[in-house]
Write a protein that binds this ligand. Structure first.
Ligand code: FES
Ligand code: FES
Length: 158
């Protein structure tokens, strides 16, 4: 397989990498860059476990051909915390018991992050809509919605 150069900014860090041209963004993040926070659930755009923010929008990284993101700015769950300081969304997920097994959590957090960037004071329906592409087998979603609402409030929105 031919290799091509991919340039990305990932969590604020400039990345330049020779990659096989059929790799998905999820493969690059997990296998090339070691950022294994983004999960592969279904691989076909159904579960949202692989959600990252690409150029400000939440995307399923299993559906993005890596080279199509060339020059893009990517945010993953690893970029949320600042050193030892969790992002308010992460704090709120913990405080509201919004995770159990945690498999969906990175994707949930990134969908919620993209929402709060665009809409700092979302209503419950807007939160539900924003995470509608993220499946959770454990929590029943109520605490997740509550966590996003509370994070918005802590950030001065909501
Ligand atoms: S792994 Fe990408 S949507 Fe399920
Ligand atoms: S916490 Fe287990 S899938 Fe969501």
């Amino acid at each position: 397989m031919a290799k091509k150069r991919l340039c990305l900014t990932v969590n604020g860090r400039a990345i330049e990498q020779e990659i096989e041209e059929n790799l998905r963004l999820l493969d690059v993040l997990r296998d090339e860059l070691g950022l294994t926070g983004s999960k592969e659930g279904c691989g076909i755009g159904e579960c949202g476990a692989c959600t990252v923010i690409l150029d400000g929008k939440a995307v399923n990284s299993c559906l993005v051909l890596a080279l199509s993101a060339d020059g893009g700015v990517v945010e993953t769950v690893e970029g949320l915390a600042a050193g030892d300081h969790l992002d308010p969304l992460q704090e709120s997920f913990l405080d509201n018991h919004a995770l159990q097994c945690g498999f969906c959590t990175p994707g949930m957090l990134m969908s919620a992050k993209a929402l709060l960037k665009e809409n700092p004071a979302p209503g419950v329906e807007e939160i539900k809509e924003a995470i509608s592409g993220n499946l959770c087998r454990c929590t029943g979603y109520v605490q997740i919605v509550e966590a996003v609402k509370e994070a918005a409030q802590r950030l001065g929105g909501g």
